[in-house]
Design a protein around this ligand. Structure first.
Ligand SMILES: [Zn+2]
Length: 327
């Protein structure tokens, strides 16, 4: 981490001030901003990404480990320009350690909720743990992903690895016969409806929409309501804050189960990355919408919610099971 701090100090003061401003309005650098920084500093994309890592790590919430991790994901646009998305780790007191969100997940989630369909480069301030390597293996075009890792070489403070080199003999979606990938447009769009309920409430509708956009390619168990046998675990969360803003999060499943992202983790991380100065204390509503399957996000959502907003009750809705034709 010390090395990252010194890298940050190498930023010319003027650019540092500008970056501070960017973090106030959200940890995303548009293609134009990326181009401007690369031109002004006379650096390439990889160098800019590594220089951004300490700023990403400043968005960390790590009251348990006190170990701040930053990640920067780059999506290359069709014209060759790049958009950058920052991510940082997030921990929840009084919840299981397994509810911690890792910086790599945060950066990928940030790009996903901005509508990106692939990640081409990912820089991290610490080597990705095994859990994150498995999470990255779920990505669309993961075999082309370039991962920039810190190194001890002063001349070249990072090394570039492929996911294949970091996770050889990987277990992944194809072993379960799944061709969909995280961030790629789904092979079958999902249309969900609330079960026995209609609501025009914008927060509920936002959670329903987030659920329909979640990554749930693995069919799990039987529906408890309709007895249909194929029911993917779609789940979405919408948070509303005092100022009326709505932040959504989506379930992202994983072939190996454990590195899956819960919709509340997704929403809280996106909120932190989009509006770093907005406190979780300002959340006034939390709505979870999910399909009825053998797995549920209700327990982990309540657990994390009790950590960040103990007074807030979870609003919970089930959907009808999507028909098999829609999966
Ligand atoms: Zn990790």
């Amino acid at each position: 981490m010390e090395k990252d701090r010194s890298t940050a100090q190498e930023f010319p003061r003027k650019m540092g001030h500008q970056l501070g401003g960017i973090l106030q309005s959200g940890g995303r650098l548009s293609a134009q901003q990326v181009c401007d920084y690369m031109t002004s500093l006379e650096i390439d994309l990889e160098t800019l990404m590594v220089m951004m890592l300490p700023f990403a790590a400043e968005l960390s919430i790590a009251p348990i480990s006190h170990f701040s991790v930053g990640a920067v994901a780059a999506s290359i646009n069709q014209d060759g320009s790049a958009t950058l998305y920052l991510g940082a780790n997030m921990e929840f007191q009084k919840s299981p350690l397994s509810s911690s969100l890792h910086a790599e997940q945060a950066a990928i989630n940030h790009a996903w909720l901005h509508g990106e369909s692939s990640i081409d480069f990912l820089a991290t301030s610490a080597a990705p743990c095994g859990y994150c390597r498995q999470f990255l293996n779920e990505l669309h075009r993961s075999e082309q992903l370039q991962i920039l890792l810190p190194s001890d070489n002063e001349e070249q403070p990072w090394t570039t690895e492929t996911l294949g080199s970091l996770l050889p003999n990987a277990f992944g979606p194809l072993h379960l016969g799944v061709k969909d990938r995280l961030l790629a447009p789904p092979s079958s769009p999902c249309h969900l409806q609330l079960h026995h309920s209609q609501s025009n409430d914008p927060v509920i509708q936002s959670a329903l929409q987030a659920a329909s956009l979640s990554y749930a390619p693995y069919v799990i168990g039987a529906s408890s309501i309709t007895n249909k046998t194929c029911s993917p675990a779609y789940a979405g969360v919408a948070l509303q804050t005092e100022d009326g803003e709505i932040y959504c999060g989506r379930h992202a499943m994983n072939a190996a189960h454990n590195p899956s992202l819960s919709p509340l983790q997704s929403a809280l991380s996106f909120m932190k990355m989009s509006h770093p100065s907005t406190s979780f204390q300002t959340i006034t509503r939390c709505v979870l919408v999910e399909t009825p399957t053998l797995v549920s996000q209700k327990q982990i959502t309540e657990s994390i919610l009790s950590s960040i907003a103990p007074e807030l009750g979870l609003e919970y809705y089930l959907t009808d099971s999507p028909s098999e034709g829609e999966k």
